[in-house]
Structures are given as structure tokens and as C-alpha cells.
Design a protein around this ligand. Structure first.
Ligand SMILES: O=P(O)(O)O[C@H]1[C@H](O)[C@@H](OP(=O)(O)O)[C@H](OP(=O)(O)O)[C@@H](OP(=O)(O)O)[C@H]1O
Ligand SMILES: Nc1ncnc2c1ncn2[C@@H]1O[C@H](COP(=O)(O)OP(=O)(O)O)[C@@H](O)[C@H]1O
Length: 295
């Protein structure tokens, strides 16, 4: 599921279009307790006149990988985007069109007239109409083992919908769900120890869930294009709501919610297993009874 900014490369690497912000983050992360949760970074390279970041291909060696991209945090726009919208607004026709496609009634009368919205307005609308603003994360897309990518999670808001998506993504396989749960808990521990996390506002970054049919399952932190050092005067907590100026990203709100939904998916998958087992036992008993009857 490599998108526009990516190119496949040799030797188990992918190339992502270069961003100075992301490269600086990756460099710092290679020497941070979060390193085991980040694809290995091999510096940058120029190819055909374009610069790229070299990253370990997280799918290499996997058999028919299944992937889920969860965008973390209670907002996906930087505070600068909000300032820009107030001081020198640029109208985006493409974002207006994306908005209308999902909900023709979403733009205001003025926005309809202008046929444009600011980037901040679009991103904030996306956050409010998905689970981002309330749960602190949203499912961006899922790719199943047949390579088909689902992106119809734009209006997914409730915990029940998320848990159902997790069950469908893992096909209710308990060992996969349990592996994801442990990895999320380990990530939480590493974040507590991380000097990088303490000092950065993490916006628009994703957790990439990956498993395959050999039962390998892992979760990786990706996409640091909007992750920036927080001002020295601000001590970020990551677990409190955002208010203009406080710079909080709500990353830990999302992580706690996601961990709890994976936990709920585990309970539901276990119940379904018991029910199925019960039904199987029932049908075996029924067959035995019938056989006895005919003899
Ligand atoms: O997902 P949809 O609703 O299509 O909206 C996209 C995502 O929010 C992108 O964030 P991400 O790359 O984290 O997925 C964002 O890129 P930025 O990273 O530039 O904010 C795009 O802004 P533009 O690139 O300005 O179009 C915006 O159009
Ligand atoms: N190191 C990687 N190995 C394999 N696939 C990756 C890797 N990094 C990203 N991807 C894939 O590319 C998608 C987009 O990655 P991301 O870093 O969010 O790019 P963008 O900033 O262009 O949105 C992810 O959802 C994932 O499927």
C-alpha cells in the first residue's frame, strides 16, 4: 500500500519523498528509547533529481501482509495552520471538493460561494467528523491480504465501530490481537522513557499495524512530517485535550483508547470462539444422537 510519496527500493528499503522535518525526527529517533518502534532510518539519497528518505521496508519478508494505518492524536493540524487561516487565509478548492464529496452540507454558505476552504478548516472538519477529536485517533485505511485497500472510515466515530473494524481487520484471531495489545503496552512504556516524545509535538503521525499469515504481528510509528520540537517554554503532557496555544497533541489519549479497544476486541473474539465451540459441540452431540437413533 505504498502511496504517492513512496518508491520501492532494493535491499528491503522504501524511499519516501524527502522532508527536512521528518529526516531530523528520524535521526533523533534512532538514538531514543522509541527506536524499536520506528522503521530503521538509513539517511537520505538523491535519485532522478529527487531527494528521498531511506527507510526499512516494514513489509519485507511478510507473507500476504494485512495493514492498518491509525493516525494518532486529537488533532491533525499544526497550530501554525490555524494562525495562517486567521491571518492570511488561502482557499483550497481541492479540499472544498473533498469535503463536499463526503457531505455536501458541510461547507458554510460563504464556503460554497467561494468554492474553497482553508487547510485548517478542512483538517479540523476531518478531525471532528472522524474519531480523531473524541477518541484521539482514527483509522485511515486498512489493506487486507488480497491487496484491497479500504478507506471508508471517514465517518467512523464510535468505540463499537472501531472494535468491529479491529475484529474484521484481524479476522478475530486471538493471537494476533494479543500480540498487538502487548506491542501497544510496550510502546506506552517506551513513550514514558522517551526524551524525543517529551520534547516533540507529534501531529499527523500514524501507528502502522502489520500482520501476516505466518502470524507475525507488529506495530510501527511512522510519518513524522508534522512532528516538531515543542517550544522550550512548553512542557507537553500528551494526555490532555488541546486548547489553542497549549500545543498538546493528545497522542496518549489515542494510545490509551486504542489499547482499550484492542482489549475489547480480544474479549469479544474470545466470546465468539467459545460460542462457536459450543455450537460445534452441539452439532456433534446432535449427530451422535441421530446416529444412535438409526442403529
Ligand atoms: O487525508 P485527506 O482527507 O485526503 O487529507 C490530507 C491529509 O490530511 C494529509 O495528511 P497526512 O499526510 O498526514 O495524511 C495532508 O497532508 P499534510 O501532511 O501536508 O498536512 C493533506 O494536506 P495537503 O498535503 O496540503 O493536501 C490533506 O489533504
Ligand atoms: N517503512 C515503511 N515500510 C512499508 N510501508 C510503509 C513504510 N512507511 C510507510 N509505509 C506505507 O505508506 C503509507 C503512507 O506512509 P506515510 O509515512 O504516512 O506517508 P505520507 O506522509 O505520504 O502520508 C503507510 O500507510 C504505509 O502503508
Amino acid at each position: 500500500m505504498l502511496l504517492g510519496n513512496f518508491q520501492l527500493s532494493e535491499g528491503g528499503e522504501v524511499l519516501k519523498r524527502f522532508s527536512e522535518v521528518e529526516a531530523v525526527c528520524l535521526q533523533a529517533l534512532m538514538a531514543d528509547p522509541l527506536r524499536p518502534f520506528v522503521p530503521q532510518y538509513h539517511g537520505s539519497v538523491t535519485k532522478g533529481g529527487e531527494s528521498y528518505i531511506r527507510l526499512k521496508d516494514l513489509l519485507s519478508g511478510l507473507k500476504n501482509p494485512v495493514i492498518m494505518d491509525c493516525k494518532m492524536g486529537v488533532r491533525t493540524y499544526q497550530e501554525e495552520e490555524l494562525t495562517k487561516a486567521h491571518t492570511k487565509p488561502t482557499l483550497r478548492t481541492d479540499m472544498y471538493q473533498k469535503m463536499v464529496k463526503v457531505d455536501p452540507t458541510a461547507p458554510t454558505v460563504e464556503e460554497h460561494e467561494q468554492r474553497g476552504v482553508t487547510k485548517w478548516r478542512y483538517l479540523q472538519w476531518r478531525d471532528n467528523t472522524s474519531s480523531t477529536a473524541t477518541l484521539g485517533f482514527r483509522i485511515e485505511c486498512i489493506m487486507m491480504e488480497n491487496g484491497i485497500v479500504q478507506r471508508d472510515f471517514k465517518k467512523m466515530l464510535t468505540p463499537a465501530q472501531v472494535t468491529e473494524a479491529l475484529l474484521s481487520f484481524t479476522k478475530s484471531q486471538l493471537h494476533i490481537l494479543k500480540a498487538y495489545h502487548s506491542r501497544l503496552q510496550a510502546l506506552d512504556e517506551a513513550l514514558k522513557e522517551s526524551p524525543f516524545f517529551k520534547a516533540h509535538e507529534v501531529i499527523g503521525s500514524s501507528l502502522l499495524f502489520v500482520h501476516d499469515r505466518t502470524s507475525q504481528a507488529s506495530i510501527w510509528m511512522i510519518d513524522f512530517g508534522k512532528t516538531t520540537p515543542s517550544p522550550s517554554s512548553v512542557q507537553l503532557r500528551h494526555d490532555v485535550p488541546w486548547a489553542e496555544g497549549n500545543r498538546e497533541d493528545g497522542y496518549l489519549i489515542g494510545l490509551a483508547a486504542l489499547t482499550s479497544f484492542v482489549g475489547q476486541a480480544i474479549s469479544q473474539a474470545a466470546c465468539r470462539q467459545v460460542e462457536n465451540h459450543g455450537e460445534e459441540m452441539g452439532s456433534v452431540a446432535h449427530t451422535l444422537q441421530e446416529q444412535e437413533h438409526t442403529h
